[in-house]
Design a protein around this ligand. Structure first.
Ligand SMILES: [Zn+2]
Ligand SMILES: [Zn+2]
Length: 352
């Protein structure tokens, strides 16, 4: 499709988040034979983009259109694409694995080292249109709106991957979730769906803690700025939790996520950060046979499962999107997300 579109591009890193992206007119991407062009209807604003803007995550090239959780309608298909057509409602996995490397061939496509990623290695979805490989598409069920579909591709699929693929969670397990924002709140919901015996949410804000308890099903919540989270979790559970999920990516909460485990427990680190992962003293760690696992991204099938669960009413995404904004207002939205202004879970940019 020839023509021009509006897009938000990052030219260089800055600490002033609101100044990072420039609204520009750029050519509509040209698709290859296995690609599709999506007329974007909704794109979620993600904390990862704040890391790209402030430089704590490194973008491979500048300028790049950011935005990696998106849903829309296919408006052009490449000559070799047979399973999708113009008009299909879809969302996209931001990453396209190579399909050939060791990780891809052993069932770990989310950590394929050769993957291309919209909004990272390729231009993303803070734009009117985005090009993606057709292999990255997931069909959007008719009863799932675009905004929820967009959020499902990252904010929900990430904790789903942590729990379903990495945690080994079993019915009745006690679970602690550190960070109750966009990822953590869905970790609480999914842990509940998985049959967790008790879910303890930890955050540093009273409102966010209470929301996790009232709206998303956390059994207990702890404001770790006011209360020693590890001591409180041990008091509630007796000897610690079976599984902890850390989605903040800061050393202080990582250390709490490990120290709150019962002997033999498992901590999953899913929050991105710049500092080394914080760990307890070797003697304690070794004697308790604790496990600490990194968790990254998700697979197409996991997004598909999240959407099916939502479509069937088993996973409630109706409270996921806390505000809708326009493409032009994404920079302000990212700043609000950064400052937690209005306590966003997912801010989604929507277009007609
Ligand atoms: Zn993201
Ligand atoms: Zn690969």
């Amino acid at each position: 499709m020839k023509g021009a579109m509006k897009a938000l591009r990052l030219h260089k890193t800055t600490q002033k988040i609101v100044d990072g992206l420039k609204l520009e007119t750029v050519p509509i991407p040209e698709i290859g034979p296995r690609d599709v062009l999506i007329d974007i209807k909704a794109t979620g604003l993600c904390g990862s983009d704040i890391h790209f803007i402030d430089g704590s995550s490194i973008l491979p090239k500048f300028p790049t259109i950011l935005g990696h959780e998106t849903a829309g309608i296919i408006c052009e298909v490449g000559s070799e694409v047979k399973d999708y057509k113009v008009g299909d409602r879809v969302c996209a996995n931001f990453a396209t694995p190579c399909g050939k490397c060791y990780q891809c061939l052993t069932g770990r496509p989310s950590i394929c080292p050769n993957r291309s990623m919209i909004g990272v290695t390729d231009d993303g979805a803070y734009a009117e249109y985005v090009k993606t490989a057709s292999s990255a598409l997931i069909r959007l069920p008719d009863n799932i709106p675009f905004d929820q579909g967009a959020a499902a591709t990252d904010a929900v699929a990430t904790p789903f991957h942590m729990i379903s693929k990495r945690s080994g969670m079993k019915p009745g397990d006690t679970v602690a979730v550190f960070g109750l924002g966009g990822l953590g709140i869905h970790a609480v919901e999914i842990a509940r769906m998985y049959g967790a015996g008790m879910i303890i949410g930890v955050d540093v804000d009273d409102y966010i803690c209470e929301r996790a308890k009232k709206l998303f099903g956390a059994d207990e919540v702890i404001n770790s700025r006011k209360i020693d989270a590890v001591a409180e979790i041990k008091r509630i559970t007796g000897d610690g939790v079976d599984i902890s999920l850390e989605v903040v990516g800061v050393p202080e909460s990582q250390l709490q996520a490990v120290n709150c485990l019962r002997p033999g427990g498992r901590a999953l680190m899913g929050g991105l950060g710049a500092a080394p992962v914080a760990m307890p003293n070797t003697g304690i760690f070794v004697r308790r046979e604790w496990e600490v696992l990194g968790c990254y991204a998700f697979e197409n099938l996991e997004i598909e499962k999240v959407l099916k669960l939502a479509s069937a009413g088993r996973l409630d995404l109706s409270k996921t999107v806390t505000s809708h904004i326009k493409l032009e207002d994404i920079s302000v939205g990212l700043q609000d997300l950064h400052q937690k202004k209005g306590y966003p879970i997912r801010i989604v940019a929507v277009q007609d």
